[in-house]
Write a protein that binds this ligand. Structure first.
Ligand code: FES
Length: 120
């Protein structure tokens, strides 16, 4: 059984790791988790992204969530901001598309044009 002190040490270690990963990250991936995003399947999209990043040991990306982006018909939506601070907004992202975004955009620096809703 872990003591309160153990748990605190684990939490602090995780926070330190997260902070160092965030500052080193080349890409920020943000999943819109507003009500209609969730209704359209944003949770599965988020899971697919996290799973793909883990499977491939990707460390150059951090994942966050955001609220409603105001384009219901484009949900689920994912935004990827790169090192040049340009944000690509993907729309109608399926879990398969999310895995492609990790593979092509994050790992190969190649925007997945088939799902681009907005650029910049
Ligand atoms: S209500 Fe926010 S995107 Fe639909």
């Amino acid at each position: 059984m872990k003591t309160l002190e153990d748990l605190r040490a684990i939490r602090e270690k995780a926070q330190r790791e997260l902070a160092s990963r965030s500052s080193a990250a080349k890409y920020r991936i943000s999943v819109a988790m507003g009500t209609c995003g969730i209704a359209a399947g944003a949770r599965n999209v988020m899971s697919a992204i996290l799973d793909e990043l883990n499977k491939r040991n990707v460390t150059q990306a951090v994942v966050t969530q955001t609220g409603c982006l105001g384009y219901c018909d484009q949900e689920p939506m994912v935004q990827v901001t790169g090192p040049n601070n340009v944000t690509i907004t993907y729309g109608k992202v399926t879990p398969e598309a999310a895995r492609r975004i990790v593979d092509e955009h994050i790992l190969k620096d190649s925007v997945v044009s088939a799902y681009v809703f907005k650029q910049g």
